[in-house]
Design a protein around this ligand. Structure first.
Ligand code: ADP
Length: 547
């Protein structure tokens, strides 16, 4: 016997319809590529998204066609989020930090039909124009007055002209909630990019889960500033969550430096923000020397790579900003866990609580997780054994785009598929997960694992260290030993011995890195994460002093 309740497909357009009906006056504020601050209400956002849908129809875009963007976080990108997906096409957010050859490879693979781009990315468009056969038109996301003259790009259209000629009347179509909604390629820090094709259902359910109090905890009283790019796993769902809960959205556009972010946060009374640790370094680096404080910021979501405990402490103790440490990945839409407290955590001392916050946290409902050994046997949740982390849930990948014949999943005894995250983790009996490493980054010394993240966290707490990465270097006896690669803070004086001494008493002695090398910079990937693959290549022949 079935239940007898209404069936309404979970569609992304329903979020916008809700926002327009129930929060029409709420604002989307954007710093534009043109340089000024732009404001539109949710009602205007909805009307312009409908114009986008009409414009796509005129351009010949059909259900399930891919429509690409190369754009910053801004209101026009948001209009495309809803206009493209809402009309049944698939929004494909390209990462502008990739090399143009990679952009060509990905756009080709996705068979993008139309590409919308922010003016800053014209050089990329010029480099790729004519190289992706499926692309019929390039649309510059600006008005007529700011249109670039480019002889290299044929069929170059103007976004505001396109919208101006359309009606804002459009009926969002109803279709199967399993239909594809957005497409995002993994950033390829561990191999070739792979396409992850989200459905309307997975996207809406993910937004429900991510908005929960013990997740990102968003409400109509919030002003949310996503620093995490809209081309990086849908800005962690914040453009959807804002419509779902009626929160104000503040988009930084191209202004991702500390000064621009700080000023926007203050001017727009931002209460919550989200981004990878490297962007927060820029913000804190701007605020600290001037003694600046936040007046409205309450919390910030830090994820994408491990949040260094030193950063966590600075946010909490110096700025009174609560850090929500989150873990996830492109294949997980992205949210898996958030370190939200349980009652027992509130009774801990401040130092103990900070130590808990440095962990990746508890699973959000909708995601199940477990750790397994090399044979796939589940390991105990005792907080000390670590193993390969597997996940399953409503917004976890089933198969990669155009790889329907090869499943990435591993089956359990009951035949259920689990996605291997490639992360190595521990889980406590009360469900708190801690990533100790990525399986590819693990350092195996004499058959025992050394967690590179732990070593990096300690090094990052040294006052002279701006950035630190720990990689495996070859060792004749132990096979691999940790090598610490360090970028010093400007004008800081520190020696190899100082850094090694800093590890004393903080970890088991045999975990101490065998050597420290100082470098000018550590290569960062397209999503702002340290590219350890590159570092391993660079130091492939490194001779450790003991070797
Ligand atoms: P890529 O795998 O190409 O870097 P993703 O953005 O999908 O792209 O990265 C997901 C990975 O990032 C996770 O598998 C994990 O290794 C790492 N990661 C994400 N959040 C955290 C976190 N809070 N702590 C440690 N690692 C994290």
């Amino acid at each position: 016997m079935n239940g007898q309740m209404m069936h309404m497909p979970l569609l992304v357009s329903s979020l916008l319809v809700h926002a327009e009906r129930h929060h029409p006056e709420q604002m989307v504020v954007s710093r534009r590529v043109e340089g000024d601050i732009h404001r539109e209400t949710f009602a205007e956002l909805a009307a312009r998204s409908r114009r986008v849908a009409n414009a796509l129809k005129r351009l010949g875009v059909q259900m399930s066609d891919r429509v690409a963007t190369l754009a910053w976080n801004g209101y026009r990108h948001m209009e495309l989020y809803y206009g493209v997906s809402g009309s049944g096409a698939v929004l494909h957010t390209l990462n502008p930090r990739l090399h143009p050859d990679q952009v060509v490879w990905i756009a080709d693979h996705a068979e993008d039909q139309v590409l919308f781009f922010d003016m800053s990315f014209l050089p990329i468009i010029e480099a790729i124009a004519g190289r992706v056969k499926s692309i019929k038109a390039f649309v510059a996301m600006t008005d007529r007055a700011h249109m670039p003259a480019s002889s290299k790009v044929s069929n170059l259209l103007c976004y505001e002209d396109l919208l101006a000629q359309e009606s804002d009347r459009y009926e969002w179509p109803e279709f199967d909630e399993q239909s594809a909604c957005t497409l995002c390629y993994t950033s390829g820090t561990t191999g070739n990019p792979k396409g992850v094709l989200y459905s309307h259902r997975s996207t809406v359910l993910h937004a429900f889960g991510a908005a929960l109090p013990d997740a990102l905890n968003c409400s109509a009283t919030d002003a949310v500033l996503p620093v995490v790019p809209m081309f990086h796993v849908n800005a962690w769902s914040l453009p959807y969550i804002a419509c779902m809960v009626g929160a104000k959205l503040v988009f930084p556009g191209p202004g991702l430096d500390g000064k621009s972010l700080y000023e926007l946060m203050e001017q727009e009374h931002v209460t919550v923000s989200a981004g990878v640790p490297t962007v927060w370094q820029g913000l804190l680096g701007y605020m600290e020397p001037q003694g600046l404080k936040f007046s409205t910021m309450k919390r910030t979501v830090i994820g994408g790579s491990a949040c260094p405990p030193a950063m966590l402490k600075t946010f909490e103790q110096q700025y009174g900003v609560h850090v929500l440490h989150a873990w996830g990945m492109t294949e997980m839409s992205p949210l898996g866990t958030v370190m939200a407290f349980k009652p027992e955590h509130l009774r801990l001392s401040e130092e103990e609580r900070l130590a808990v916050q440095a962990k990746q946290g508890r699973a959000v409902f909708g995601v199940d997780m477990k750790i397994v050994d090399a044979q796939g046997q589940e390991l105990p949740r005792d907080g000390s054994v670590s193993g390969d982390l597997l996940v399953r849930g409503h917004w976890i990948i089933d198969t990669y785009f155009k790889q329907q014949d090869s499943s990435p999943l591993v089956k359990d005894g009951a035949g259920r598929g689990w996605f291997p995250t490639g992360d190595v983790a521990k889980i406590t009996s009360d469900g708190v997960m801690q990533i100790t490493d990525r399986s590819k980054d693990v350092i195996k010394s004499g058959g025992e694992w050394i967690g590179s993240i732990d070593l990096e966290n300690i090094a990052m707490a040294h006052p002279a260290v701006a950035m630190a990465a720990c990689i495996a270097a070859k060792h004749p006896k132990w096979d691999e030993r940790p090598l610490l690669v360090v970028v010093k803070k400007p004008a800081a004086e520190v020696s190899r011995e100082d850094i090694l001494q800093f590890f004393e008493g903080k970890i088991a002695k045999w975990w101490t890195p065998d050597d420290v090398v100082f470098v000018e910079s550590i290569p960062l990937g397209a999503t702002g994460k340290m590219m350890k693959v590159k570092l391993r290549e660079q130091f492939a022949d490194y001779q450790l002093p003991t070797a």
